[in-house]
Design a protein. Structure first.
Length: 89
């Protein structure tokens, strides 16, 4: 269980910093982080960090893909944690 919580924590931190970095890049008209990367890190366990990054940095908050996708990733992450903790520990 410890490794699972560590995975969620690390991927959430990465997601949070990716959202912040992409917002800063957008303001500076620089090369952006692809949306599939931002959604992918959320799907891989970083949905809490992605959701926090969206709110704190006010980034991708008007895009339907993110408004629906990140909560869906959070639900899928929660189901995966529940399943893994029930069947592995």
């Amino acid at each position: 269980m410890k490794w699972l919580l560590l995975w969620i924590g690390v991927t959430s931190l990465i997601a949070f910093f990716l959202y912040g970095s992409d917002k800063a890049r957008a303001k500076q008209n620089r090369y952006r982080i692809p949306e599939k990367v931002l959604l992918g890190i959320a799907l891989l366990g970083g949905s809490l960090g992605a959701m926090a990054g969206m709110q704190i940095f006010r980034h991708k908050t008007k895009k339907l893909k993110f408004l629906l996708g990140i909560p869906l990733c959070l639900l899928l992450n929660a189901l995966a944690i529940w399943y893994l903790s029930a069947n592995l520990f």
